[in-house]
Ligand binder design. Structure first.
Ligand SMILES: Nc1ncnc2c1ncn2[C@@H]1O[C@H](COP(=O)(O)OP(=O)(O)OP(=O)(O)O)[C@@H](O)[C@H]1O
Ligand SMILES: [Mg+2]
Length: 454
């Protein structure tokens, strides 16, 4: 790594200031390139599916620079001044400047290849990996040219006035190399990369839900077989079979009293099981308590919201994280909930009982999300709400799926619930009577007649 000499007499000279800025930026970028190598190694040698969020944050960082440079009228003052003084360097400078334009396009390609790789894993890995290797190589060459040719020539040919001009462009916040605002943006982007980088690779290891796409949602997450449960002498579920794959939205529809809520409560452990089995990611759920089920990622939003009406909105949210204790990570999640549901931030000090029905539903969902569910059980989230809010709730459900949360959605609002679902089940008096893809159920005669009123 290049070190800036500390024992130079003119240590405050403009040239030294400018050069050390460039070198620092290069070092930061070089470390990120090293990180990319490690991530690529994980993917190819350890067969680990890439962390899409982390990769995209890295791409944001690199692309940010490229965009700044080639979006005219901004330009790198150093390139311009050196090009004027040294015509023989001009072709190299033009090439380097052009590299930013190409780099920007290449990053877009990489984002696309990454997406394909995520969707078809492990197919698509090779294409992504090759493109990534070519990209990091090109960027390393670019840095070496700047350090090996551009900076030495500039050092020789540029006057302190030239360097002063370059340094001054720092105050014009937009200069792609020196602008203060630009550098703030870089700091923010770097912070995100460092946060998401696993600890074993030297990052902070911020936990985040990997984004999963429905295409590879073939892994069985929850399997219910022959489930029976009763209230006293009266059996409410008579041997229910249901399967939920990781990454899916599965909808359960059925009339009043069919046993939908009973089923959810049995999954949560709030209602005892008479016979049958429930396994979650291979684990026998019947052997563990409700709390342990929550801790392992199964979280229910009960029918009728059931928020704690005498507690503040914020305390309700924090209660959702009770299995996790109060930590900086929980504070971050609280912040994310406020970003997702801005109304809850506005009402954070209000009592939950003062909220409208729609607001309470948002709170109930926010509280459940604070427990970091991997399987979210939603019991009639649209009940009693206005159409505008119902639409909003279904949009949020879709968003949660995109964030990687698997969803079991119980609804009487069958048309919307099935339209959203990958698969669905119809429950009648404690039995599954129809199952299929969301689309199949929507066009099923019996479903149309009984549940869609057609
Ligand atoms: N706590 C209880 N004690 C006794 N019977 C109950 C209890 N809760 C529900 N049941 C009965 O179990 C059956 C299934 O009720 P459940 O609440 O699971 O239906 P549901 O499909 O959720 O209905 P809804 O659409 O009204 O919410 C019904 O016959 C109901 O009367
Ligand atoms: Mg119910």
């Amino acid at each position: 790594m290049t070190q800036t000499p500390t024992n130079v007499a003119s240590e405050d000279s403009y040239s030294l200031q400018a050069i050390s800025t460039i070198v620092q930026e290069h070092q930061a970028l070089w470390r990120i390139l090293d990180l990319l190598d490690e991530l690529q190694h994980d993917m190819n040698i350890n067969e680990q599916q890439p962390d899409e969020t982390l990769f995209n944050n890295i791409f944001d960082y690199v692309q940010h620079f490229a965009r700044r440079v080639h979006s005219s009228p901004e330009e790198i003052v150093l390139y311009r001044v050196l090009g004027e003084k040294s015509p023989e360097t001009k072709p190299l400078l033009d090439k380097l400047a052009h590299g930013y334009v190409i780099g920007d396009q290449k990053i877009n390609e990489l984002r696309h290849l990454l997406m394909v790789c995520m969707e078809r894993w492990p197919d698509g890995r090779e294409d992504f990996s090759h493109a990534l290797a070519r990209f990091t190589e090109a960027l390393r060459k670019h840095i070496k040219k700047e350090e090996g040719v551009v900076i030495p020539r500039a050092r020789k040919l540029l006057s302190e006035d030239d360097w002063h001009l370059i340094i001054e462009s720092r105050d014009q916040a937009n200069d792609p190399l020196f602008g203060e605002r630009v550098r703030d943006e870089f700091r923010e982007l770097r912070h995100r990369i460092v946060s998401y980088t696993p600890e074993r690779l030297g990052g902070l290891g911020l936990h985040h839900a990997p984004r999963r796409t429905a295409q590879h949602a073939t892994e069985e997450m929850l399997t219910i077989k022959g489930l029976k449960t009763s209230y006293g002498q009266i059996e409410a579920l008579h041997g229910v079979d249901i399967r939920i794959n990781s990454g899916e939205i599965v909808s359960l529809v059925g009339a009043n009293g069919a046993g939908k809520s009973t089923l959810l409560m049995t999954i949560s452990g709030l209602q005892p099981t008479d016979s049958g089995s429930i396994t979650f990611e291979g684990k026998d759920l019947l052997k563990i308590t409700t709390d342990q089920r929550v801790a392992s990622g199964i979280v229910q939003v009960p029918e009728g919201r059931q928020v704690f009406k005498d507690l503040s909105v914020e305390d309700n949210l924090l209660l959702g994280a009770y299995t996790r204790g109060r930590s900086p990570e929980v504070e971050d999640d609280l912040e994310r909930m406020y970003e997702k549901f801005p109304i809850l931030r506005q009402k954070r000090r209000n009592l939950a009982g003062e909220l409208s029905g729609g607001q309470q539903q948002m709170l109930a969902m926010g509280r459940a999300l604070m427990a970091k569910p991997r399987l979210l059980l939603l019991d009639e989230p649209s009940m009693g709400l206005a159409p505008l809010i119902i639409e909003e709730i279904f949009n949020i459900v879709k968003e949660l799926k995109n964030e990687g949360i698997t969803i079991f959605l119980v609804e009487q609002n069958a048309s919307q619930a099935l339209a959203l679902a990958d698969r669905g089940y119809v429950l009648e008096t404690g039995r599954v009577v129809i199952e299929g893809s969301g689309r199949e159920l929507l066009s099923n005669e019996k479903v149309r007649e009984a549940y869609l009123g057609m």
